[in-house]
Design a protein around this ligand. Sequence first.
Ligand code: HPA
Length: 274
Amino acid sequence: MSYPFSQYQASANYITSKLDGFTPDVVMVLGSGLGFMGDLVENPIVIPYGDIPHFKVSTAPGHKGQLVCGTLGGKKVAVMQGRMHHYEGYSFEDVSYAVRVLRLVGCSTLVVTNAAGCTNMDWEVGDIMLITDHIKFFLESPLRGENLPQFGTRFPDMSHVYTPALQEVARQSAKELGLTLRQGVYCYFPGPQFETPAEVRAARILGADACGMSTAPEATAAAHAGMNILGFTLLSNMAAGILDQPLSGEEVNATAEASKGKFSKLILSCLEKM
Ligand code: HPA
C-alpha cells in the first residue's frame, strides 16, 4: 500500500503549524546512543510523534519518539529522537515516512546515524565509519507503489546517495578533531535477528564494510526527494562469526554509550561546517 500525497502533506502541515515560522533545514535521524543530541538543541520546540497526524511511533528501546526542532551547531535542525525500523513491523514506506514529511516541512539535508556490525576485518569496534554507499537490494524499496512526483521521479538515480561534498566535510571535521574516520559501504539487513556468519561473509564478498538494520530505507527516500545526505555508522561490534562470542543488544548499547562523546563532536563539527 502506498500513502496519498495528501497524507504526507497533512503531517507536514501539523508540524509547520507548531513551529511558529521556524523552518528547519536539516533533519537528523539519530541511532543508538545519540538520541541525547536532541537535548542539546537550542530554543527547542518538541513535538511528540503521537501528536502528528498519520505519523508512526518508534517502539525500539531507547528511542524516545519525538521531534525536536531548533538550532544545533548553528544550523536549523529537526532532530528525530527515535526512528522506525522495518523489524518493528513497519513497511519500508512507514520507515521513511518521517523523512518525506520533513522534506515537505522544508528540510533539504538528511544527517543519519546508526550502530552496526563491522564486517571489515581491518577495523575495530568503536570506530566511526562515514557511509560512502549502501547495499539494499534484498527487500522491497520504500518507493514501491505509485510514484509521488511531488517528491521525485519514478526511477531515481542512486549514483551519489551520500553527497560527496558532505563526505568531504566529514573528512575535514574528523581530521581537525584528530579522529579516525573509516569510510565504507553499509549493507542493510532487515533484522531483528543479527546476521548469520554466512550472511556476514556474503556481505563482505559483496563489498560491505558494515551490516545493520536501518538507514538505507530512509536514505533511499531522501535521495528520491533530492535531499543531500550525510551518513555515519558506529561500528558497535564485530559482525557475527568474526569473533568467537555471541552478539547482543547490550554490547551494541555499551559501545554506543562509550563512543557517544566523540561521535556527537564529529556531528556537531559537520553541522558547523556544512
Ligand atoms: N548487525 C546488524 N545490526 C546491528 C549490528 C549487527 O551486527 N550491530 C548493531 N546493529
